[in-house]
Ligand binder design. Structure first.
Ligand SMILES: [Zn+2]
Length: 122
C-alpha cells in the first residue's frame, strides 16, 4: 500500500482498509485528501436536494419545445416562394450568364467583325 494507492481509493470514493485508514490518519498528504474528499462529499450531498422538484423534466420539456419550434421554422423555410429557393437562384444566375455570353457574341458578330472586314478600327 502506497500513498498513491490510498489517494486513488479516496478519490474514487472506495472504502479504505484498516491499514489504509491508519495511514491516512498519520500521513499529512493522504489525511488532507481524505478531508477534502469528505468535504466534497458533504457539499455534493447538500447540493442534490437543492435541485427543484421536476427540474430535469422541465429542462427536457423546454428542449423538446425548442426542437419542435425549430422544426416548424425549418418547415416554414422549406415552404418559401419559388424565387427564394436555391434552384431558382441557380437557374436565374445561369440564365443571366447565358444572356451575357450571347450579348458578347452578338457584339462581336454585329460590330467587331464587320468593322474589321472593312479595314476600319472597331
Ligand atoms: Zn500517504
Amino acid at each position: 500500500m502506497t500513498c498513491t494507492e490510498t489517494q486513488e481509493k479516496l478519490t474514487r470514493g472506495e472504502a479504505l482498509s484498516e491499514t489504509e485508514r491508519d495511514h491516512a490518519l498519520s500521513c499529512a498528504e493522504c489525511g488532507a485528501l481524505a478531508a477534502t474528499c469528505a468535504t466534497l462529499d458533504a457539499a455534493l450531498a447538500e447540493l442534490v436536494p437543492n435541485v427543484p422538484e421536476g427540474f430535469a423534466d422541465r429542462v427536457m420539456a423546454s428542449i423538446a419545445r425548442e426542437v419542435v419550434a425549430r422544426g416548424a421554422v425549418h418547415e416554414r423555410a422549406t415552404h418559401t416562394r419559388w424565387y427564394e429557393r436555391r434552384w431558382a437562384g441557380m437557374l436565374l444566375s445561369s440564365a443571366a450568364a447565358l444572356v451575357a455570353i450571347l450579348n458578347v457574341a452578338r457584339f462581336v458578330a454585329c460590330v467587331l467583325i464587320p468593322a474589321g472586314s472593312f479595314g476600319g478600327a472597331p
